[in-house]
Design a protein around this ligand. Structure first.
Ligand code: SF4
Ligand code: SF4
Length: 446
């Protein structure tokens, strides 16, 4: 453990046990809560950015932070309760953000997004803020530059193309590159301006440091920050960069939403009942520069032809360009968008459970998450709050969980670490979950 938050701290921090009495498992649970609310804060921030609020979320963030102050709460079971409550609140934050985006930009529909280029000066936008992208596109239009400047999405901005009120702008063209992991190479190759709106943005290399800007929550040392969503400096800089030419590229499909899928719910249920869709895999989450991410590439390749894959977030760039085909009109691979759009996948799972009169854990559904940062941790807590068991996570176990805390989660929620794709796939298709009796946390840890 490492805690140095109060003045009783030993020199270099309390690392074995706190002077206050805090032990490593309690410290781990407090960290687990703090990391979960960091993720919740991200969705809440983007909703507030759009002018949408749910004060319950803010109240919980305050309560959760306060509970980790020195000498406030030493009860490990209360922290497990707070982590599950974080899951509920994280779901509320995803719901609020979905409401903000769909009411403002319209209901998303699946679209084919070009990955080639077109004539004009280029601006590529990365991060998660649709508000920033919208403002940029609007300002380009107001400046009469829609023919001159073409805008590309990058990484988690890809699903923006599926929202009608964003898609309507003539200057929005296609998508450049893949997940955040390769940005230094991809931005160096992009001749125009780069705008970072949130994570995951990295310090630029010399190759593009004179043509990158940040806006909103994002910031980079030595990089100009666009205040109050005023994109004029970035637009003017784009006009100084070399024009891009026309280059054909493949197209990628994004923009599935629960409203779109639930409109064909009867067909989906018919296919499940007839055994034509044997299994639904939810494979999504972050991309991580870790060799074990090849697991997700392999797993999606191995998924049988009579199963479908629902995905979201930037890990999908490792496997979203394949042609997965369809099952009687239902695409075998559906990208629901950013990580917050896991909300749509949850809505679909809950609706299917209701229609099929099943417990959510009895559905022929397996969930395999890749996590990089704290929004994904919040999503994991949401799934635990919903009582989902047998979730696979990777590419590695969170360092902030002590082995004993991870073991508790494994026992209570059947949380699993990814192993080998073939082995895990066999397990998932058999869906044989055997749960050990859950025990009160404090008894296990004291
Ligand atoms: S809160 Fe406890 S563990 Fe943390 S620095 Fe203070 S005494 Fe050490
Ligand atoms: S999904 Fe996760 S890793 Fe990917 S860009 Fe978003 S925050 Fe970063």
């Amino acid at each position: 453990m490492l805690c140095n938050q109060c003045s009783m701290s030993l020199s270099g921090g309390c690392t074995v046990r706190g002077v206050c009495g805090k032990d490593p498992d309690l410290n781990s649970l407090q960290d687990a809560l703090i990391y979960g609310i960091k993720g919740t804060a991200a969705y809440y921030y983007h909703a507030l950015e759009m002018g949408y609020d749910n004060p319950e979320i803010g109240h919980f963030l305050a309560e959760a932070l306060y509970s980790t102050l020195t000498n406030v709460n030493f009860d490990k079971n209360r922290f497990i309760d707070l982590i599950l409550e974080n899951g509920r609140i994280h779901l509320e934050a995803m719901k609020l953000l979905d409401k903000a985006y769909t009411e403002t930009f319209g209901l998303p529909k699946p679209v084919e997004v070009p990955t080639g280029t077109t004539e004009g000066h280029g601006i590529v936008v990365t991060g998660h803020s649709y508000k920033a992208l919208y403002e940029l596109l609007n300002q380009i239009r107001e400046m009469g530059l829609e023919e001159e400047i073409k805008v590309y999405t990058h990484s988690e901005m890809l699903p923006a193309h599926s929202y009608p009120e964003i898609r309507k702008f003539k200057s929005l063209y296609g998508n450049w590159g893949g997940s955040w992991v390769y940005q230094r190479k991809e931005f160096a190759e992009f001749p125009g301006v780069i705008i970072g709106t949130s994570n995951c943005v990295q310090q630029p290399t010399k190759a593009y440091q004179d043509r990158i800007f940040t806006v909103g929550i994002a910031g980079l040392e030595g990089v100009p920050h666009l205040e109050d969503y005023d994109f004029e400096p970035a637009i003017k800089r784009a006009l100084e960069t070399p024009k891009m030419g026309k280059r054909e590229g493949e197209k990628i499909v994004t923009g599935f939403h629960h409203t779109y899928i639930l409109a064909m719910k009867d067909k989906l249920i018919e296919l499940i009942n007839e055994g034509k869709i044997r299994h639904i895999f939810v494979i999504g989450g972050c991309d991580v520069p870790n060799p074990k991410m090849s697991y997700y590439e392999k797993l999606t390749e191995l998924v049988p032809r009579d199963a479908i894959i629902l995905s979201a977030a930037c890990g999908k760039f490792r496997y979203n360009r394949r042609d997965y085909g369809s099952i009687e009109g239902i695409p075998r691979f559906m990208d629901f968008g950013q990580c917050n759009n896991v909300y749509s996948i949850i809505e679909i799972a809950l609706a299917l459970a209701k229609e099929l009169d099943m417990d959510i854990n009895s559905l022929p559904v397996s969930i395999v998450l890749s996590w990089m940062e704290q929004k994904a941790i919040g999503i994991l807590y949401t799934l635990l709050y919903l009582g989902v068991k047998g979730i696979y996570i990777g590419p590695k176990s969170p360092e902030f969980l002590t082995p004993r805390v991870f073991e508790i989660l494994r026992k209570q929620f059947d949380l699993r670490l990814i192993s080998e794709p073939e082995k895990d796939l066999r397990e998932m298709l058999s869906k044989g979950i055997s749960l050990e009796e859950s025990a009160p946390l404090a008894e296990e840890l004291d």
